[in-house]
Design a protein around this ligand. Structure first.
Ligand SMILES: NC(=O)C1=CN([C@@H]2O[C@H](COP(=O)(O)OP(=O)(O)OC[C@H]3O[C@@H](n4cnc5c(N)ncnc54)[C@H](OP(=O)(O)O)[C@@H]3O)[C@@H](O)[C@H]2O)C=CC1
Ligand SMILES: O=C(O)[C@@H]1CCC=N1
Length: 273
């Protein structure tokens, strides 16, 4: 029996982009709806059989798995509610909150084990990548956490939680940069005279097809770029601009550095709250 099928109860706190994707994925994998409680003051419409609450229940024993998917700035509210209302600590705490460290989560919820996760938005179509990290989860709880996140796409474990700032900057925030890149490609195509909708479609399909090829190919992205660039052709001219000293590499490095810095700031704020 899968680890997930053995889980008794899951409370999901926050059912927006990430929480919603997890909920849909778990149900699609066959998790029984009556094992699930969603806690979200917005009371989102939920599939039949899932318990919906606008706040943590009063005096009820804690769940086997507590999943946190609220904005990091709301952690304090959730912790305060948990202390006021819940009867016992969860067996496993799984948090997708950017910047909030395991130490803070352990102190706040006193769970049997704590796992931090950093998914990304393609999770909404099961094509995300999630990085997991835990200092105290045994094999069984690691397996539960992994199965809960695998419904969102692929899963990677890291041993050093300090790398979470870099992970958040790269894969957590990364879809945002890729969407901006698609937009910029489409804008540039329009500036060259393409009709707006055609430029948008060409930009999306070009990025999507290239990502699929990079994922399926044994060749590195650098080798694949060389395959596109015929000697003396158009792509080399474009790549020369991207590869210039003020081109894409320093820009992307600065982009990730800015996001990682923000992750560290969120961590500091959570430590102080
Ligand atoms: N979006 C992304 O791509 C990624 C997000 N994350 C992390 O996931 C977490 C959630 O992000 P995301 O899903 O985008 O956020 P959303 O705002 O989409 O979802 C959060 C949900 O929590 C609800 N909420 C607000 N207050 C409470 C409360 N006290 N108790 C329970 N639920 C509450 C919100 O309701 P309302 O809208 O009414 O306030 C909303 O429905 C964040 O911590 C973020 O760092 C991690 C990786 C990627
Ligand atoms: O922007 C954020 O803070 C969250 C974490 C990674 C993606 N979204």
């Amino acid at each position: 029996m899968s680890a997930l099928a053995r889980v008794g109860s899951i409370w999901l706190v926050g059912c927006g982009n990430m929480g919603g994707a997890m909920l849909r994925g778990w149900l699609a994998q066959g998790l029984a709806p009556d094992k699930l409680t969603v806690i979200d003051p917005a009371l989102p419409e939920l599939p039949a059989g899932v318990r919906s609450l606008n706040a943590l229940p009063d005096g009820e024993a804690g769940p086997e798995v507590l999943v946190l998917a609220v904005k990091p700035q709301l952690l304090g509210d959730v912790v305060a509610q948990f202390r006021r209302k819940s009867g016992s600590a969860p067996g496993l705490l799984l948090s997708v909150l950017a910047g909030v460290e395991s130490g803070i989560l352990k102190q706040a919820f006193n769970a049997g084990a704590t796992v931090r996760a950093m998914p990304n938005l393609p999770a909404q179509i099961g094509k995300g990548v999630t990085v997991l990290c835990s200092e105290d989860a045994d094999m069984d709880r690691r397996q539960i956490a992994e199965e809960l996140m695998r419904v969102l796409g692929t899963v990677e474990w890291i041993a050093d939680e300090a790398l979470f700032h870099a992970v958040t900057a790269l894969s957590g925030s990364g879809p945002g940069y890729v969407f901006r890149f698609i937009e910029a490609m489409a804008d540039a195509g329009r500036a060259l005279g393409l009709p707006e909708e055609l430029a948008s479609r060409l930009a999306v399909e070009t990025v999507s097809g290239s990502a699929l090829l990079a994922s399926a190919s044994d060749e590195s992205p650098a080798e694949l770029a060389d395959r596109v660039a015929s000697p003396g052709g158009t792509t080399r001219e474009g790549l020369n601009r991207l590869d210039a000293a003020d081109g894409i590499r320093p820009l992307i490095r600065q982009t990730l550095e800015a996001a990682a810095r923000r992750s560290a700031e969120l961590a500091a704020a959570a430590r102080q709250s």
